[in-house]
Structures are given as C-alpha cells and as structure tokens.
Design a protein around this ligand. Structure first.
Ligand SMILES: Cc1cc2nc3c(=O)[nH]c(=O)nc-3n(C[C@H](O)[C@H](O)[C@H](O)COP(=O)(O)O)c2cc1C
Length: 186
C-alpha cells in the first residue's frame, strides 16, 4: 500500500509542472484570453468577458513585478518601451494548439501594450489563429496597441478590438462588452 502511495505521489509530482503550463482556468473552450494587468482594470475587464463567454484565461506575470508606486512604474515602463525591452515571465507559454481564438488583453502603456505582453506574444506562433485585441487605457484610447499586437502576431487574422477606458469596475460597460462579444460570436 505504501509503495502504491509513493508511486502515486511521484506520478503527481511529475504531472503537476505540465498541468501548470496550461492556461490557469481550463474550461475546454477553443478561446483563450491572455492578459496582463498592473492595477486591476484589465483584470476587471477580463472578468466581465468571462462572465459572458466560455473562455480559458491566462494571466501573464513578469518574473520581476513592476513597482507598486505609480510614478516609478510609469518611469520604468517608459525606459523599457523606449529600449524595446522584453521582461522575462514567470508564466509558462500556453499551448496554442488547443485554441482557435486568442484575446490579447493589456493596458495601454505609453501608447503601446505592456512589455510582459510583448514578451508573451513574441514567444508564441500565431499562424492560422484569430487574434482579438482587448485594451484598457487612461484616456489616450488604443493608440499603437492594436498595430503593435498585429506586428507581434504574424500569421494571425484579426477581429474588432475592444478598447475601453480603464477603471476598477469594468462591469459598468457590460452592455457594450456584450454587444462586442455577440458581434464576434464569442
Ligand atoms: C506605466 C503606465 C503607462 C501608461 N500609459 C498610458 C498611455 O500612454 N495612454 C493612456 O491612455 N493610458 C496610459 N496609462 C493608463 C492605463 O492604460 C490605464 O489606467 C489602464 O486601464 C490600466 O490597466 P491595469 O489596471 O490593468 O494595469 C498608463 C498606465 C501606466 C501604469
């Protein structure tokens, strides 16, 4: 019995790292949302989408978190974006074989997507996939975010982006999100 238990524990410990490299929430859907959120606005939007559509969700996390102080974060992001820096991620790359549609959700940082999202997109192959940008911003709108996602996802086709001013409660946009999701057949 003890031998059986040890074998079982060993098998689990070998399987777990592989399970972790899958999307964090696996619903069996062919649609995956990958998102990065520093302050929670983009996460709130992703939660609204999740409440309407059957989607898997993967949060992208950099190995080194950004400063919690807003100004320090803004300054660091400015430098990184200016230098095209790609921060290392603690999130394992998802296996896109399981998905047809990938929603790429990021805050607008200095007119483009947040560097951790750029790292993720650069590490993936998008041939034959449908990519849909999902952006939150602080008043500047989508700026270069959509264009830069397109550059980072060669081989993909694109559908209408969702772009909303960020806040902690993106539920107030639920009607708009619902219309957008319905039009896209999500
Ligand atoms: C580093 C940094 C840079 C930003 N740059 C812009 C910008 O260029 N244009 C804009 O409209 N908003 C900008 N914002 C505001 C964010 O896009 C907005 O607050 C967003 O909803 C934050 O999403 P999050 O809470 O998921 O991180 C910036 C915020 C940060 C932290």
């Amino acid at each position: 019995m003890n031998r059986f238990l040890s074998l079982f524990v060993l098998a689990c410990s070998m399987l777990l790292p592989n399970m972790r490299s899958q999307a964090q929430e696996n619903t069996g859907s062919r649609t995956l949302i990958v998102y990065y959120s520093w302050g929670g606005n983009t996460r709130s939007l992703v939660q609204q989408i999740q409440s309407l559509c059957k989607v898997d969700v993967l949060e992208v996390l950099p190995e080194q978190s950004y400063p919690t102080d807003y100004k320090q974060c803004v300054d660091q992001a400015k430098e990184e974006i200016r230098n095209n820096y790609r921060p290392a991620l603690s999130t394992p790359l998802p296996n896109l074989q399981n998905y047809d549609v990938i929603l790429v959700a990021s805050p607008n940082w200095w007119g483009t997507i947040a560097p951790p999202m750029a790292t993720l997109l650069e590490g993936l192959k998008f041939d034959g996939k449908v990519v849909i940008p999902v952006i939150t911003h602080g008043g500047g709108g989508i700026q270069q975010c959509e264009i830069d996602i397109k550059k980072l996802c060669p081989g993909a086709s694109f559908r209408e982006a969702l772009c909303l001013r960020g806040s902690q409660n993106m539920g107030k946009h639920i009607k708009k999100i619902e219309r957008w999701a319905k039009e896209l057949g999500l």
